[in-house]
Design a protein around this ligand. Sequence first.
Ligand code: IPD
Ligand code: CA
Ligand code: CA
Length: 257
Amino acid sequence: MNVDIEFLKKLAMEAGAYIKSKRPSSSEIESKEGRGNFVTAHDKAVQAMLYDSLKKEYPECGFMGEEDETHCESLPEFCFIIDPIDGTANFINGYRHSAVSIGYVEHGIKKAGVVYDPYLDELFYAELGKGAFLNGNPIHVSGRKLRDSIILFGISPYYEGYGEKSFTMLRKLYENACDLRNSGSAALDICYVASGKTDVFFELRLSPWDYAAGGLILSEAGGVIKNCEGGEISLVKGGSVLCAGKENIEEIEALIL
Ligand code: IPD
Ligand code: CA
Ligand code: CA
């Protein structure tokens, strides 16, 4: 199925404009399972808006979205994987670093991805085999070696039991790199590695909607996305994620595996 990247870009920008215009009141915020895991009325509204528009344009497509009531065990043949607001805690607190993430996957292969940060008006996107772009300009991973790298990380706050291992890994990387950052939006973290703003990202437990779109943008930008055990990421189940350039991935794996 041919998905029109211009349509996805437009949709992400419309959703982003909505997000930028809102700040949830306390009655619009609900807790989900896990530490600091919230959903707001706006996460739900953005997902509904994206589903509606995509269903009209691509009636044969299925969906996986963070705010679905249940998550499927296998992906539909043609599937949009959506995080309506990646960086919900930032959004709630007015931290102004969140994004809309729309990935399109066909027979389990990532075909298109769009990640939009409405606060900086930065639109990252890619189609399989066509390169990756930020606001129309081609992007590429930095090419920096680990000793010169800035490491982005997440601690998988919603899941118990990842803290100690995350900090051990972080310490090993920090001792061999330049500096660390924690941003609160995994989708943007991956795009920041793709565009060379930073060099490495890892988190030990993420879900497909966090990295489906960003993962394609990164690989089209010449980067590598794997799990932290040295294997392939899954688009169905979620798991650990390691993003880097071809120049530093081996050195990183030698430290963490
Ligand atoms: C979260 C963000 C955060 C990461 C969490 C994610 P959400 O997504 O990407 O950076 O550390 O693991 O779940 O809940 O804001 O969509
Ligand atoms: Ca997310
Ligand atoms: Ca989300």
